[in-house]
Design a protein around this ligand. Sequence first.
Ligand code: NIG
Ligand code: FE
Length: 402
Amino acid sequence: MTRAVGDTTGSLLITGISTLVTNDPQLGEGPLGLITDAAVVISGGSGVSGEEIAWVGPASRAPAADQMYDAGGRAMLPGFVDSHAHLVFAGDRTAEFDARMRGLPYTAGGIRTTVAATRAASDEELSAGVARLVGEALRQGTTVIECKSGYGLTVEDEARLLRIAAQHTDEVTYLGAHVVPAEHDPDAYVELVTGEMLDACAPHARWVDVFCERGAFDGDQARAVLESGIKRGLVPRIHANQLTHGPGVRLAVELGAASADHCTHLTDADVDALASGTTVATLLPGAEFSTRAPYPNARCLLDAGVTVALSTDCNPGSSFTTSMPFCVALAVREMGMTPDEAVWAATLGGARALRRDDVGRIVVGARADLMLLDAPSHVHLAYRPGVPLISAVWQRGRQVVS
Ligand code: NIG
Ligand code: FE
């Protein structure tokens, strides 16, 4: 019997799982903790207990439960954790993309086009846009998604964008330092971002971010932004080394940032710094795909022992995709990752980048965020690129895609 979408009454036993990715090496084979012919029990009742995984193991030892779901020989994974996305915006940048595909380069300046459209949009329009993208992501297996501000760039608009983001996710990031808006000089703008704008935004965010790049903010400005956020209780993360070599990655490690994102242009010193610290390197291959840029060298980071996450960077300028399966396929084909490494990076890697231990794994006590693939193995995510393989998704124990 299959319970209805949204019903959390009673415990649910999912059997017939051909391959289960637990991401716990103690539970199964290899770093992904793979169990073949597996079963999972989601605990019964509503509220917190109904959100959790109650049992994981071989189907032959599965306990009884109130309800049953037959996975029919399909693979089950934790929901994707997309730790880097810009979802609150209006308009699109189709013309810019088209021009780029005719040979123009990507620059930070295009952000201002989206800022103008976003400032002119109503709260309702912006919120509907976020809901659409979050829904799109969910249908592709993403059960946790981070969301940044950064297209408001005034005190009122940045706070507004964060309030809207918080209606859709707990992982909200203050990115007032996305680019210097046309009406400001850079120093005055950094003062605003680290002062009055931070005061208005800090109550609505968990994270502080800055775009450290030529054409955006330099190392000193990025340091000022992150340090002011830290003083207000926000945890730093950073856009670093996307378009050029720069100080961003080393700054991230020095400040103990949760994540350094992009990491496209790295020196040996950057890789050494990441390997010696706790900062996750979050790679965003959708951005390289959509800007026709060279991909980051994931192999080099992994071989150095760096923790790597994969995310979409969903935004209207450099990477307009919500698809984590697409990013997994790109990471394997273009960045030297194995399918196992890419799947780990898109699930538990993302959780590490968000400093979460309740998601990204299928273990007892974790949030019941699960997806079933219309395939017998997680490897198919890379092996069958562009194919809609996500056939069912549970979020907090509720089946939200069927
Ligand atoms: O992560 N690099 C800075 N921000 C986004 C791009 C934003 C835009 O182009 O609108 C990124 O790629
Ligand atoms: Fe980004």
